[in-house]
Design a protein around this ligand. Sequence first.
Ligand code: CA
Ligand code: CA
Length: 186
Amino acid sequence: MTKKIKMTVLLIFVLFVGFVSGLYFYDYIYGWRIDTITEKYFFEDEDYLQIIKPSSCKSSSQLNEYQGCENLYDLMEGGWEDADKNCENQWVEYYFDNDVFVEFVTIENYGYPGLFAQKDKIKDMEMITSDGTKFPIWLEESTNSQWYDVYHSTKYLRFNVLSSYDTLGIETCHLQEITVYGRNQY
Ligand SMILES: [Ca+2]
Ligand SMILES: [Ca+2]
């Protein structure tokens, strides 16, 4: 090879190496920026609509150790059942770690028809927030998920049972789920 060809090959090699490393460097910097932005706006920011799980709950009574109010926010089939009180003077309270902006709640009776038929169903409730605002809730006697708009900030929710469909011969009031949808407010 002549000196000129050798120099040309060397030059092409240097340019190629420079180009490839430049691509990696660009990708590295750009990728890092994208990751940072994504993390900042989509992962570190808690202000997006989500299911808000209470940190704890209380209820007026429960049938047994398996039928507690924790079952109301486990997104599973189990539910809360009162201690055979026929839905009378019953309530459930949800506590959150910090203020949350509640957009809406969904409430469900037992979805399994056999179980649904064996329990008393709630008809009227009132939901109360930290500042004492009351939201009337009327439930249809069905296994459908029922939706109630709220748009209110609170650190706690109380659900007072006011009336029921009172299935005769059945004393056990129940709910499968009360799911809270909203945004965290730190
Ligand atoms: Ca449940
Ligand atoms: Ca009854």
